[in-house]
Write a protein that binds this ligand. Sequence first.
Ligand SMILES: N[C@@H](CCOP(=O)(O)O)C(=O)O
Length: 479
Amino acid sequence: MRYISTRHGSQGNPQPLGFEDVMLAGLARDGGLYLPAEWPQFSKAEIASLRGQPYGEVAYRVMRPFIGDAFDEATFRRLIGEAYASFETPEVAPVKPLGESGLHLLELFHGPTLAFKDVALQLLGRMLDHTLTARQQHATIVGATSGDTGSAAIEAVRDRRTIDIFMLFPHGRVSEVQRRQMTTVLAPNVHNVAIEGTFDDCQDLAKACFNDLAFRDRHALTAVNSINFARVMAQIVYYFWAAVKLGAPERPVAFTVPTGNFGNVYAGYAARQMGLPVSHFVVATNSNDILARFFEAGGMTMTDVVPTYSPSMDIQISSNFERLLFDLYGRDGKALADAMAGFRSRGTLKVGANALGGVRELFDAGRLDDEGTLKAIVDCRKRFGVTLDTHSAVGYAVAQQHRRDPKVPMVVLSTAHPAKFPDAVEKAVGERPALPPRLADLMERTERVDGLPNDVATLKSLIDERMAALRQPSRAARR
Ligand SMILES: N[C@@H](CCOP(=O)(O)O)C(=O)O
């Protein structure tokens, strides 16, 4: 399996890379995102053979074609086993019907930090550590979070000698639980940075660090956001997992995905490209609805980000969307690079009706504002006795507007535990969802965080200084 950049051809034609190099690079050096040159194909028989298998086995079989010779079978199985042993349920990602409605919740929040990001990051942290240890290398993660990726990535790499992590989050724009899940991790390799700006600013800062090739090489930067294809790969698994439970390959399944950065729904699209029978996807957004507007009208226009009760989706520039656009531009990396440059300078991007054709059929989209989100939480609790978090509530409500065929099961990705957003959930149902016992004292723990302006030079200086200090022999020995 070889990987190419979505912008290949825009700055020469670099050699396609193998899995390990793609995982370590995170973002391609031309600013694009890696993806497989060709999608591995699963026959009906191969999909059917996944039925009844435990999550770890499904994960192994679905991901095996992507990793090439990066890990031998025993190692890869061990890394998968360890990653999912950290989940609170042996099922890892339970699929639960909502009564007789035809809606099903795919619960992705049973990992250590209570959000779907754990599914990929528990594995990615282990794969990175394994590869870096074997190569006797160190890497520096620079990541951006609107709330959930941050703690999941930190939890996955804390205390590892092979990795330091700098996690940028928008100051005052994540929930208190989300912030504390990051800032109370006092491990020496964890560096939290609160940025005066939005998540989009944080993501731009992270990408600017990668695009400064001297800086990138000096610190051996790597990524944990969904720009890293390894994240997408591990998320593809749960689409196969849920679909076979509900009758694939004989029966198609629909998925509704609450999304901001488009990584989660792109993983579903990838599963479909691999042969999974998916009737359609529903992209569910909050009031930051640039993605919904794209699927309705074929164009994207940036507007200001507004804070909502579902902060992880408070995003205008969905970086993973570039992977879908790559297909819409006929896999022409040069044309896509020009379109992305135009989007950044003009704030708009239009895709012609022809190019959009097939995708229009495949994706529906809808939005839900804060008032609707609270109502959806109440409604789901009344009808089915299930308390959703604010992001899953957006998915739950939007899914119901986009059922195409009542015989096709609709899976709503339940992306986070309600206790991550206690204020909004309490406002809706009058009851504060409790954190699990292992996090019960989260609000009393000591926090450590640096505050920075939205300025790339200041951020790079912080990383340079911190890494220089950590390399001093006396500090290094203590790590
Ligand atoms: N919603 C995310 C934003 C980053 O997305 P990613 O999937 O690219 O890591 C978050 O909660 O941080």
